[in-house]
Design a protein around this ligand. Structure first.
Ligand code: GTP
Ligand code: MN
Ligand code: MN
Length: 419
């Protein structure tokens, strides 16, 4: 007669946006494996499979203690057959063959190296791989024509693949604030993206810019960019003008994963002088008061849930764009960053009218899975459509009042804090 040993079980809500997930992750071995398989799926244009692995990883990341037994997973949401197989292999055999072979595969390594170049997506990388290009040196030697973004990405490859610290994000924020107040006093900038969620490192720094008087923000981006350019802060920039004033189905309709705000994808030149004074020890220890780590301008939420944010010491080995250099990138990246007195930093700037600011802030704070889950939850559970521009009640002719009331109600269901 067998007596089943007692196992600790967990209860987890279905949508990632309903969970409170701390920076602490008790299941890094499992989540690293699932995240790498997610990344491989995304790089192979299998987005559905990618999302399934991301959801499974997020569930494991939200658990209060390590999983040791498959029985503990009974009843947990978002764990499909494929993810369960990977978890089972790791728990029972100590390793997942699929994870190990994917990680070692030449194709995956090449996809990571090539998509680690700013401006290179999975399609381009795939085309190059089919032409026999697997490394940066092979790309340089191939004579492939590169667009402006890719040229900048290749040139600053090492810098752009080295994680940014919160201190560097703060230094960038000071520059952006100087730019914004110089060209439009009264305009406000807010840190968004991973650093707003309290992440300790990031691949870029994201900012949302607005002005309290509706309409004053028009034309702001080009002035900010001109100021930054005149001061020598920009190594690269590409500005896309807003399209929310145009017809919804017009030719300017952006891809589904983009919003309609005016934006600037840029690469800053951050000099040592700018970084000095914000420099912090790089030992990976948590700042006991992380609010002091980040920008003082604008609001931030200290308790934002985050499925994408392991502590620095546990950054998954597959963290895209962060770790390619030196690890998989072949010998050509092996040389240490030259002793140049500056580093290149990816910066995203977005301008929103004040009337859409709350939605823009929510939409640009991330993580990507959190945003996706929040929109799925709004649609499926609340019959509402959430975007970075607005929230619509699908069952009613909108009045902005009812929509805003619903918006606040919706947010109180999720562990989102705004402002
Ligand atoms: P790291 O930068 O890798 O540290 O993480 P992150 O979470 O800041 O990622 P990222 O900078 O790529 O994106 C920040 C947030 O902006 C995420 O929630 C994205 O969903 C969102 N985002 C990025 N690009 C776009 C875009 O073109 N449109 C919209 N609407 N959101 C975007
Ligand atoms: Mn970011
Ligand atoms: Mn970004």
């Amino acid at each position: 007669q067998q007596v089943e040993a007692e196992v600790v079980t967990f209860s987890v809500p279905s949508y990632a946006c309903q969970r409170r997930t701390t920076l602490e992750n008790h299941n890094t071995v499992l989540t690293d494996a699932l995240s790498l398989l997610a990344e491989n799926a995304e790089l192979s244009d299998e987005d559905g499979r990618g999302v399934a692995f991301r959801r499974a990883a997020a569930v494991l990341r939200s658990l209060p203690e390590p999983v040791t037994d498959m029985k503990q997973l009974r009843g947990l949401p978002c764990l499909g057959d494929h993810s369960l197989r990977v978890i089972k292999d790791i728990l029972e055999d100590g390793a997942s063959r699929e994870f190990e072979s994917t990680k070692q595969s030449e194709r995956f390594k090449a996809l990571k190296v090539l998509t680690g170049i700013f401006g290179v997506g999975s399609r381009t990388a795939d085309r190059w791989i089919r032409e026999g290009i697997h490394t940066l040196q092979q790309l340089r030697d191939s004579g492939q024509s590169l667009n402006r973004a890719q040229q900048a990405g290749l040139e600053h490859y090492d810098d752009l693949n080295r994680p940014l610290t919160a201190a560097e994000a703060e230094a960038v924020g000071e520059i952006v604030e100087r730019a914004v107040v110089s060209v439009l006093p009264g305009a406000q900038i807010t840190l968004t993206g991973g650093f707003r969620r309290g992440k300790l490192t990031g691949h870029d720094v994201d900012f949302l810019i607005t002005h309290p008087d509706e309409g004053r923000e028009e034309g702001l981006m080009s002035k900010v960019v001109s100021w930054l350019e005149s001061q020598g802060f920009l190594l690269y920039q590409k500005t896309t003008r807003n399209s929310y004033l145009e017809s919804k189905d017009g030719p300017a309709r952006p891809p589904a994963n983009m919003d309609r705000f005016e934006r600037c994808f840029s690469i800053f030149k951050l000099t040592m002088e700018e970084r000095r004074g914000t420099e912090q020890p790089e030992n990976g220890e948590r700042n006991p008061n992380p609010a002091e780590d980040t920008l003082s301008v604008g609001a931030r939420s200290g308790s934002q849930t985050d499925e994408n944010t392991p502590p620095q010491s546990q950054v998954p080995a597959d963290e895209r764009r962060h770790r390619v250099s030196g690890e998989d990138g072949g010998q050509e990246e092996a040389k240490p960053a030259a002793h140049k007195p500056w580093r290149a930093v990816r910066v995203d700037l977005v301008v929103s009218p004040i009337s859409q600011f709350a939605f823009a802030l929510l939409g640009w704070t991330g993580s990507k899975l959190f945003e996706r889950e929040l929109r799925r939850w709004a649609g499926h559970e609340k019959a509402m459509s959430l975007s970075s521009h607005a929230l619509y009640d699908n069952t009613q002719v909108n009045t902005s009042q009812s929509v805003f009331r619903h918006f606040i109600a919706a947010l109180s269901f999720c562990s989102v804090k705004i402002l």
